[in-house]
Design a protein around this ligand. Structure first.
Ligand SMILES: Nc1nc2c(ncn2[C@@H]2O[C@H](COP(=O)(O)OP(=O)(O)O)[C@@H](O)[C@H]2O)c(=O)[nH]1
Ligand SMILES: [Mg+2]
Length: 327
């Protein structure tokens, strides 16, 4: 009986073939099983995939000390990692060059960037990591490239306003959707086993100095995702200044300054926590054992009386100053 496999299945199979880590292979096989048509013709294939899946799940987790070097693994730095995605020549490297100290290669010919290049960008008192990437095309992405996106905090889709915007967005979304890389109604932030899946994304529209007429409007109208869209030019500098604050707000983190009782707060080195974190989460972040001994805190911030006492479950805001009191 024929298996009658679907285009979605073949996409997942390609994802599997290109996967360079066991974690990514597991995600790809799970996807193959999820989209596989369910009838007698696929029974053998299903059993085969289930066997592969259990073998992969039982394989020892690599400690990163082996001889295998994954060039697509980018060591995290700063308070968040943002990875660029786009077709050749859309302006990815120019963005990283404009905002960070990284030595990137800007060129008029495609595929000038062969491996991820991270750079650090300053936003007020914190650093955010921005990663330049090799391009993708309709039918090519480098094996292992998906791993960089899987491990980041935010994906920045880069669209060249002087070229065909809908085609570029289609290529980028096809890549992201076929590998379950975007948070949407089908892909949560993590699967049932806690494996990381979808990411948040935003859209950076470049080359607004040489935009095709109406390109931004066409893009906004044709894109089904409610991405934050920002228009920039690395040539004139337009819009670049808005990026650091936008990145920070989309990373969903807050900065908290710890203050020892009777002393001045340490304003040089904030703790960063996910938005929605409580006083108790801050204590845990400083030291797990401290959290148990925490009695209450005093807070100096925007939505509170200065020096007000707050309980452990008080939700913190960006830039709060906190004095922790222990039993
Ligand atoms: N006019 C204009 N040209 C740009 C802009 N950004 C990039 N370019 C040019 O577009 C070409 C490709 O840029 P690059 O950053 O290397 O693209 P990448 O392949 O996506 O990394 C280069 O010739 C850049 O000088 C921009 O904002 N305006
Ligand atoms: Mg490049």
């Amino acid at each position: 009986m024929p298996a009658n496999l679907t285009p979605d299945y073949y996409k997942a199979e390609q994802w599997y073939r290109e996967a360079t880590t066991n974690e990514e292979k597991i995600l790809a096989i799970e996807q193959m099983l999820a989209v596989m048509p369910k009838h007698k013709g696929t029974d053998h294939l299903k059993a085969d995939l289930r066997r592969k899946l259990s073998a992969l799940r039982e394989a020892p987790v690599s400690k990163g000390k082996g001889t295998h070097l994954d060039i697509f693994h980018v060591q995290r730095g700063g308070v968040g990692q943002i990875v660029l995605l786009g077709i050749p020549n859309c302006g990815k490297s120019s963005i990283v060059a404009a905002l960070t100290n990284a030595k990137v290669h800007i060129a008029e010919f495609p595929f000038a960037t062969a491996a991820p290049v991270p750079g650090m960008m300053k936003f007020e008192d914190v650093h955010i990591q921005l990663v330049d990437m090799p391009p993708i095309t309709a039918d090519h992405s480098a094996p292992g490239q998906v791993g960089t996106y899987r491990n980041c905090d935010l994906i920045a889709i880069v669209i060249d306003l002087s070229a065909d915007v809908t085609e570029q967005m289609r290529i980028c979304l096809d890549f992201l959707e076929s590998k379950n890389l975007l948070i949407d109604e089908h892909t949560p932030a993590a699967d049932g086993r806690g494996n990381v899946l979808g990411k948040k994304a935003l859209c950076i529209c470049t080359k607004c100095d040489i935009t095709k007429p109406g390109a931004l409007e066409i893009l906004k109208q044709s894109c089904k995702y409610p991405f934050e869209v920002v228009e920039i030019s690395t040539e004139t500098g337009e819009g670049l200044g808005r990026l650091p604050a936008l990145f920070f707000s989309l990373l969903g983190i807050i900065r908290i300054y710890a203050k020892p009782p009777g002393k001045k707060p340490d304003m040089a080195d904030p703790f960063t926590l996910p938005t929605g974190s409580t006083v108790s989460d801050l204590a845990t972040a400083i030291h797990r054992e401290l959290a148990d001994k925490l009695k209450f805190a005093k807070i100096w911030g925007t939505d509170v009386y200065q020096g007000q006492n707050v309980q452990k479950n008080h939700i913190l805001s960006d830039k709060d100053i906190i004095e922790l009191h222990f039993a």
